[in-house]
Ligand binder design. Structure first.
Ligand code: PSU
Ligand code: MN
Length: 302
């Protein structure tokens, strides 16, 4: 696979320096402009502050990029002509010379090819709620990719717009280790706990690094999900999120939104209905994940 590396990422990989992959759908579809520029730049800064190199992944004019220039970041943040690009979209976007922002699935796919083991995001995609009127059957390709791509994703769990018990079940079926970092519960993105217990948890970085090292030494070909809850001071209560999510989901159903457009639509609605509060929470948890991912990358044996 042809990947265009930025000179910084190329140098870091060559020197064996810790590198953390970052997705770009969170920039193009996850936050409104100009909050998304702040997110992209601060994400890179927190990772550098830990002595690691950030590698934001995207498709720019048909080229797979690992490490973006400031102009490329700004383009993703501002343009309305950026496709949300999961793994199955890669051949179309690259062959047609289009620009696409990578999801968790496609970012992990490219990161693994680049030899990057650790990846920070906000929240992963999962199993959508399938009850009557909720948009119908929809399972994110993020889960399938985690089952077959050896990259460790640090996330604040998955959003309560999803069916969280079903999401955890699918991760179990797909043999993806799910480890809580300083939590025993599966975090629900805006709030610190979904009330669901995790199969494993650690309280310090050395223990986490040893599990990740063990995963790779076993030769497992799956990824791993590290669950890092939103910082206490930004966390929302489950009740507050529930009310917002119900209103945002009802809007999505009314507007007939389905498939790849659903998550971005609901994120936008939540931001609007909460007067920007959910985006502040999203920013804080993403930066917290960037910090932990950088510390993890620096703690790994290889
Ligand atoms: N969750 C968020 N913000 C996001 C996404 C998820 O809080 O921006 C994006 C990620 O890129 C994730 C994708 O990989 O949505 C999942 O989309 P889908 O459910 O269509 O696979
Ligand atoms: Mn989907």
């Amino acid at each position: 696979m042809n990947i265009d590396y930025s000179s910084e990422v190329a140098a870091a990989l060559k020197a064996g320096k810790p590198v953390v992959a970052l997705e770009s759908t969170i920039i193009s579809h996850g936050f409104p402009y100009p909050k998304n520029v702040e997110l992209a730049e601060e994400m890179e800064a927190v990772i550098r502050a830990q002595g690691a190199e950030p590698a934001t992944i995207a498709i720019i004019a048909g080229r797979i990029k690992c490490g973006l220039s400031k102009d490329e970041l700004l383009h993703l943040a501002k343009s309305s002509d950026v496709a949300k690009c999961s793994v199955r979209d890669l051949p179309v976007i690259t062959a047609t010379g289009k620009t696409g922002a990578t999801t968790v699935a496609s970012t992990a796919f490219v990161a693994a090819k680049a030899g990057i083991k650790v990846f920070a995001t906000g929240g992963i995609g999962g199993v959508h709620k399938a009850e009557e009127g909720a948009g119908g059957f929809d399972v994110s390709a993020d889960l399938l990719e985690l089952s077959r791509t050896p990259v460790v994703v640090v996330a604040a769990g998955a959003k309560s717009i999803l069916d969280l018990p079903a999401t955890l079940e699918v991760l179990e079926s797909y043999s993806v280790p799910v480890v809580g970092y300083k939590t025993k519960d599966f975090p629900a993105f805006h709030s610190r706990s979904s009330g669901l217990s995790l199969p494993a948890s650690v309280d310090d970085m050395a223990s986490l690094a040893s599990i990740v090292d063990g995963h790779f030494k076993l030769g497992l070909t799956s990824g791993m999900l590290v669950c890092n809850p939103v910082p206490e001071e930004y966390a929302m209560s489950n009740e507050e999120v529930e009310v917002l999510v119900a209103a945002a989901s009802a809007e999505a159903v009314k507007a007939g939104i389905k498939g790849a457009g659903l998550t971005p639509y609901i994120l936008g609605a939540l931001n609007r209905l909460s007067d920007g509060k959910t985006s502040e929470v999203n920013l804080s948890l993403a930066l917290n994940n960037g910090r932990v991912a950088a510390q993890l990358a620096a703690s790994l044996a290889v």
